[in-house]
Design a protein around this ligand. Structure first.
Ligand code: COA
Length: 257
């Protein structure tokens, strides 16, 4: 198994386990990742998902270029479709997803991080969409998610130059939420996950849906999406639990109902 899966409380950790090749993604690893995502999507016990890479060197060095060089054109088309769909399925998970970027995140590695909701990077991390240097373009959402996150001009600069940037530079342009020393990454991400997991799961899912769908449309349509998302929460037990906990001056106990 080259994707590790571990549950800690309400958090699910997905770890790419190919450190000898900087956690690059071959077909088998990608298919395992996709299977885990499918299971997590319907697991109501999981409230936050963390994606990371094994070891201290790499989060994910993108597609497996050695495997790629053995592929026919048709196989490359199939791989690109699979990686794009897998990252979109990750993005569409109802739970918030955090990328714990523990080292190099290049090409598909940066695209994987972009498909997550939040990104926390180790000081040693390097990010970059390196594809144009390889005669290709980012094909797993990078040309679309990067400009939406950091703006068109900065995204074009990074994609046109194929430049690899530091964690500090990534923070400066808004590509990552936070940078921490390498030995504190797991702790920082776990703490963030706990902060999120304390809140009502259905509310988190609706907030994520409203933000992700709303940013793609005009303001009036976005406000309609927000209103619909709110409506979903009105009949929930967790909404009443939130009010009861406030009244009784105690922390709420949410059950995702
Ligand atoms: N695909 C296949 N193998 C990869 C890989 C990838 N994307 N990235 C790293 N590896 C392999 C190397 O070929 C090497 O294997 P070897 O020991 O059989 O030669 C092994 O991982 C170690 O990598 P190496 O380059 O020696 O380590 P490094 O610390 O000097 O550099 C990277 C690490 C990640 C910076 C460098 O390997 C790199 O730039 N990789 C390509 C990243 C990239 O552009 N990905 C985009 C793909 S679309």
């Amino acid at each position: 198994m080259t994707i590790g899966y571990e549950r800690r409380g309400h958090s699910a950790f997905l770890t790419i386990r190919r450190p000898e090749v900087h956690n690059c993604l071959n077909t088998a690893t990608l298919l395992q990742l996709r299977e885990h995502i499918g299971r997590i999507a319907v697991d109501r016990e999981i409230r936050v998902v963390i994606v990371t890479g094994e070891g201290e060197k790499a989060f994910c060095a993108g597609a497996d270029l050695k495997e790629r060089s053995t592929m026919t054109d048709q196989q490359v088309r199939h791989f690109i479709r699979t990686i794009r769909d897998t990252f979109s399925e990750l993005e569409r998970l109802p739970q918030p997803v955090i990328a714990a970027i523990n080292g190099a995140a290049l090409g598909g590695g940066t695209e994987l991080a972009l498909a997550c909701d939040l990104r926390v990077a180790s000081e040693t991390a390097r990010l970059g969409l390196t594809e144009t240097a390889l005669g290709i373009i980012p094909g797993a959402g990078g040309t679309q998610r990067l400009p939406r996150l950091i703006g068109r001009a900065k995204a074009k600069e990074l994609i046109f130059t194929a430049r690899r940037i530091t964690a500090a530079e990534s923070l400066e342009i808004g590509l990552v939420n936070r940078v921490v020393p390498p030995d504190q990454l797991l702790q920082a991400v776990s703490h963030l996950a706990e902060e999120i997991a304390a809140n009502a799961p259905l509310a988190l899912a609706q907030a994520k849906h409203a933000i992700d769908c709303g940013v793609e449309v005009d303001l009036a349509s976005g406000l309609a999406i927000e209103s619909q998302a709110y409506q979903v929460l009105i009949p929930t037990k967790d909404r009443l639990e939130g009010l009861a906990a406030f009244r009784e001056k105690r922390p709420p106990i949410y059950r995702g109902e």
